[in-house]
Design a binder for this molecule. Structure first.
Ligand SMILES: [Zn+2]
Length: 397
């Protein structure tokens, strides 16, 4: 908990929350501090070509492969102290506890860079690099100041990483839930069953602009009202599908003025679902909602896909190891799907047996905010569960 507080101070500069953009000097400073702690625990510290950090505890059989546990140290702007950092420090504590426990596999604390992705536009940069899925074009992406990923890496002394690195046999990520479900269930931990698939769209609603005073209400084609109807229709579509969520997080009125009927509105649509069939049904539903609103409002509605990712199931073997650790500790676990993307999803897609353990978020599950809170007791049991999980996976080789 003390180390979490120490990390939260890095890059803060007067803000209430933690502020460590991906591939920034602040993220680097946090990684270097953790590298020092890894060293103090007697782990073998190394870095890869894009700045991912590792701390290894060698096993007795080099052929048994490696078991990794970890997360990320970058944050959203003015974020919380637990998102990412908890997974890194829980891994450090768990691996340190296993120093004297006989095991065949090498255990490794892994810290992946720029997981949040808000600075350059796409998340999980470090884990994608490690898995060899970052392209030359990705490295050209720039932040708000025009600095590219390639330039940010060079400024930190890393060369541009494009090859796939060696991957572990299994990866376990402890992470705060970032939602209210565990708090509502009265449980401290959950096994993550899958990471939700996501589809992002921009919808453009085109009506007729006009004079706010001289155009009668009857016969108006108000693009903002149609956008509002669309947002409500999307909510209704999501409610029909188990686990589905839809969010309109951005809305822009073209040539907005208080005395002009909105003629064109663009909105963002973020749609997620834990299953592939559910996501497909949800995306079909979005298309139907657009047609429905277009015919009712007289506005034209176009839906442009922006990005899409498939749902990623988590490893049954890792899930079983987590359940076994919970049974040994006498703790009850929930099963939850993750609505947010995580490094564990990237490694799973690359073929690594990956699993996640969620830890209860307090304050109604608020996250990506300074108010992010998780109880010390829940952190302690999460470390215990992770250590048990790594011991099982590490001995199974
Ligand atoms: Zn995170």
């Amino acid at each position: 908990m003390q180390r979490l507080s120490q990390l939260a101070e890095i890059g803060r500069e007067g803000r209430a929350g933690a502020h460590r953009p991906g591939l920034s000097a602040a993220e680097q400073e946090a990684c270097e501090l953790v590298a020092a702690w890894l060293g103090q625990e007697g782990l073998e510290v190394s870095w890869d070509a894009c700045g991912n950090l590792y701390g290894r505890l060698p096993g007795s059989d080099p052929a048994a492969g490696e078991i990794w546990a970890g997360s990320h140290l970058d944050t959203v702007p003015n974020g919380g102290r637990f998102d990412g950092a908890l997974g890194v420090l829980a891994a450090l504590e768990a691996v340190a506890q296993l120093r004297d426990v006989p095991r065949t596999a090498t255990l490794c604390v892994a810290v992946f860079r720029d997981e949040e992705g808000w600075r350059f536009g796409e998340g999980c940069f470090g884990s994608r690099c490690r898995c060899g899925t970052v392209t030359d074009a990705d490295l050209q992406a720039t932040d708000a100041d025009g600095v590219s990923i390639g330039e940010a890496l060079a400024a930190l002394g890393y060369r541009e990483p494009l090859g796939r690195g060696t991957l572990p046999a299994a990866f376990v990520e402890v992470h705060i839930e970032q939602g209210p479900v565990l708090e509502r269930l009265g449980l401290a931990h959950a096994v993550v069953t899958s990471i939700a698939g996501m589809s992002g769209f921009t919808a453009t609603i085109t009506g007729s602009p006009g004079h706010a005073g001289s155009t009668p209400m009857e016969g108006r084609r108000d693009a903002l009202l149609a956008a509002a109807e669309l947002a409500l229709a999307l909510r209704e579509r999501a409610a029909r599908i188990d686990g589905a969520v839809v969010t309109v997080g951005r809305l822009a009125i073209a040539d907005a003025a208080a005395n002009v009927i909105p003629g064109e509105v663009t909105i963002s649509i973020d749609a997620r679902c834990p299953t592939a069939e559910g996501l497909e049904a949800l995306v079909d539903g979005l298309g139907e909602a657009c047609s429905q609103v277009a015919s009712a409002s007289g506005c034209a509605v176009t839906l442009d896909p922006v990005w899409r990712s498939r749902p990623v199931p988590m490893s049954a073997r890792v899930g079983e190891a987590i359940r076994q650790a919970a049974a040994t500790a006498g703790l009850e676990l929930a099963d939850l799907a993750s609505g947010g993307g995580h490094d564990a999803g990237i490694l799973a897609e690359a073929g690594v047996e990956s699993g996640m353990l969620f830890v209860r978020s307090r304050n109604g599950g608020v996250s990506h905010r300074p108010e992010e809170l998780t109880d010390e007791a829940d952190v302690a049991t999460a470390i215990k569960l992770l250590a048990g999980t790594l011991a099982t996976l590490g001995c199974a080789g």
